[in-house]
Design a protein. Structure first.
Length: 133
């Protein structure tokens, strides 16, 4: 389980760096600057605890599974954001007054990205099962 925690944590960091890098490129920053936060490693690593949920819904239709992942990811993002904000006074990924932001900690317009991310997590989980990690 510890190995998977580190794998999910590192993969999450990499995806977030790519995501923010693409965002900077699309906003005109030719440096293609991507970034993440140290706080994110344990949050992404905690995906190891979602493997059981994936096992339970593996045969469900893809639209239902994707919708479940969106809800789960929003719950995790909202909860962890609020906990960090109460601990240090700010949420690292503070969305502030961004359109479709909920209390600055989640963005409803990210639902399609979270849908895809959840389905990608399923593939990674299956690969890890196949290589017995």
């Amino acid at each position: 389980m510890l190995i998977r925690f580190f794998i999910y944590g590192l993969l999450g960091w990499c995806v977030e760096i790519f995501w923010t890098g693409m965002g900077s490129l699309l906003s005109g920053d030719r440096r293609f600057r991507g970034y993440t936060y140290l706080w994110m490693f344990p949050i992404y690593g905690a995906a190891v605890f979602l493997e059981r949920l994936h096992d339970l819904m593996i045969h469900w239709p893809v639209l239902i599974r994707g919708g479940v992942w969106v809800a789960v990811i929003y719950f995790i993002e909202y909860t962890s954001g609020k906990i960090i904000k109460s601990a240090i006074g700010i949420c690292p990924w503070d969305y502030g007054n961004v359109k479709y932001a909920v209390q600055g900690v989640i963005r409803l317009d990210y639902a399609p990205a979270w849908f895809v991310a959840g389905l990608l997590f399923e593939r990674i989980h299956l690969i890890l099962d196949r290589i017995l990690l």
